[in-house]
Design a protein around this ligand. Structure first.
Ligand SMILES: NC(=O)N[C@@H](CC(=O)O)C(=O)O
Ligand SMILES: [Zn+2]
Ligand SMILES: [Zn+2]
Length: 346
C-alpha cells in the first residue's frame, strides 16, 4: 500500500499549554485533528466552566483561518469541585468532562486529588449527569515503585469506582500496562482508554539503555517490553474500547535536558504519522482508522468526522528541534525517520 485515506482523526488527550506557545501547538494539532480533548493542567489549573471557556477562546484565537478545529475542554477536578459545577459542565457542549490528577502524579498536578474516596459525592453527580471522568491513573505513595503505580491505582481506586458507579463514563488515559488493558477489557462499555504513540512504539529500554533519553521520558513512565506488547495487542485487536490520545505535552528543551527533567513528549508535529508507523510495522494499517477516527467519537457520543486525511508512503525525518515563542522544543522522535506523511489535502 502506498496511500491511505481515512476519516479525519481526533485526539482524545492533548496538552496545548497557553500564551504564545498556542501559536505553535494549536496549528500543529489542528492540521491533522478535527477535535481534541484539551487538558486543564495549566498554572493555575482550569477548574471551572468559565475558566475553560476563556482558555478555549485563547485557543481559537491561535487557530489559522484555513483550519477547522474543535477544542473539547476538560476541567481539572479538585477536592472543591461542586455538584453545581458538574451540572453546569454537563450543560455545556464545549466541556467534555473532568480530569482526575492524583496530587503530585505529574506535570502541574499539585492541585490534584489527595483522597479519591472523598470524591464519591461528586462522582455520583457525574454518573447521574453522564459527565465523563478522565483519569491519570497512578498512585503517588513514596513506597510504591514508579513502575507499579498504574497497577496499584487500578486495584486501589479504579476497581472500587467502577463497582460503585457502574454507569459512570470513565477513560483511563495514556495506559501503559497489561494490567490497564485487563482492567479496561474487564469493565463494561462505560470504560475505555487512550493509548499514546510513545507507549506503542517504545518501552523502557528506549528510555534508559545506552544513556538516558530525556525526550522519551513521560508519565506514566515507559514500561517493560511485555507491557508494550499488551498495549500493542489492545490497539491491534480492533476493540472499540481503545483509541487515539497522543498526550502530546511540550516542554522546552532546557526543561527536558537538565538535572531534574520534565515529563512529556511533544508528539503533535507527527502524531498521526507516528501511529501509522506503528500500525504499518504490524501490517495492520487497516486498523488505523477505527483507532484514530471512529472509536473515540463513538465512546463520547459524537458523529464521525466528515472530512478525510490522506497518508502517503514517503519517508521523511522529524526536525532536530523547533523554535517557539517559549524557546527551543525538541519534538518526540526528533531526527528519526517515519515512513508515512500526511498530505495537506482533505
Ligand atoms: N504525560 C506527561 O508526561 N506529561 C503531561 C502530564 C500528563 O499527562 O500526565 C504534561 O502536562 O506535561
Ligand atoms: Zn497524565
Ligand atoms: Zn497528558
Amino acid at each position: 500500500m502506498q496511500q491511505l485515506t481515512i476519516t479525519r482523526p481526533d485526539d482524545w488527550h492533548l496538552h496545548l499549554r497557553d500564551g504564545k506557545l498556542l501559536e505553535t501547538t494549536v496549528p500543529a494539532s489542528a492540521q491533522t485533528f478535527k477535535r481534541a480533548v484539551v487538558m486543564p493542567n495549566l498554572m493555575p489549573p482550569v477548574t471551572t466552566v468559565d475558566m475553560a471557556l476563556a482558555y478555549r477562546q485563547r485557543i481559537i484565537e491561535a487557530l489559522p483561518a484555513a483550519l477547522t478545529f474543535e477544542p473539547l475542554m476538560a476541567l481539572y477536578l479538585t477536592a472543591e469541585t461542586s455538584a453545581d459545577e458538574v451540572k453546569k459542565a454537563a450543560q455545556h457542549p464545549h466541556i467534555i468532562g473532568f480530569k482526575l490528577y492524583p496530587s503530585g502524579a505529574t506535570t502541574n498536578s499539585a492541585a490534584g486529588i489527595k483522597s479519591v474516596e472523598a470524591l464519591a459525592p461528586v462522582l455520583e453527580v457525574m454518573q447521574e449527569q453522564q459527565v465523563p471522568l478522565l483519569v491519570h491513573g497512578e498512585v503517588t505513595d513514596a513506597d510504591i515503585d514508579i513502575f507499579d503505580r498504574e497497577k496499584v491505582f487500578i486495584d486501589r481506586h479504579l476497581l472500587p469506582i467502577t463497582t460503585q458507579f457502574p454507569q459512570l463514563r470513565l477513560v483511563l488515559e495514556h495506559i501503559t500496562t497489561g494490567d490497564a488493558v485487563d482492567f479496561v477489557n474487564g469493565s463494561n462499555d462505560n470504560v475505555a482508554a487512550t493509548i499514546t504513540p510513545q507507549h506503542l512504539l517504545m518501552n523502557r529500554n528506549d528510555l534508559l539503555v545506552g544513556g538516558v533519553k530525556p525526550h522519551n521520558y513521560c508519565l506514566p513512565i515507559l514500561k517493560r517490553r511485555e507491557h508494550q506488547l499488551r498495549l500493542q495487542q489492545a490497539a491491534l485487536s480492533g476493540s472499540s474500547k481503545f483509541f487515539l490520545g497522543t498526550d502530546s505535552a511540550p516542554h522546552v528543551k532546557a526543561n527536558k535536558e537538565t538535572a531534574c527533567g520534565c515529563a512529556g513528549c511533544y508528539s503533535a508535529p507527527a502524531a498521526l504519522e507516528l501511529y501509522a508507523e506503528f500500525f504499518d510495522q504490524h501490517k495492520a494499517l487497516d486498523k488505523l482508522e477505527n483507532f484514530a477516527s471512529v472509536n473515540g467519537a463513538a465512546f463520547y457520543g459524537f458523529e464521525r468526522n466528515q472530512q478525510t486525511v490522506t497518508l502517503i508512503r514517503k519517508p521523511w525525518s522529524l526536525p532536530a528541534s523547533l523554535d517557539t515563542a517559549d524557546g527551543v522544543i525538541v519534538p518526540y522522535y526528533a531526527g528519526q525517520s517515519l515512513q508515512w506523511q500526511m498530505t495537506k489535502h482533505r
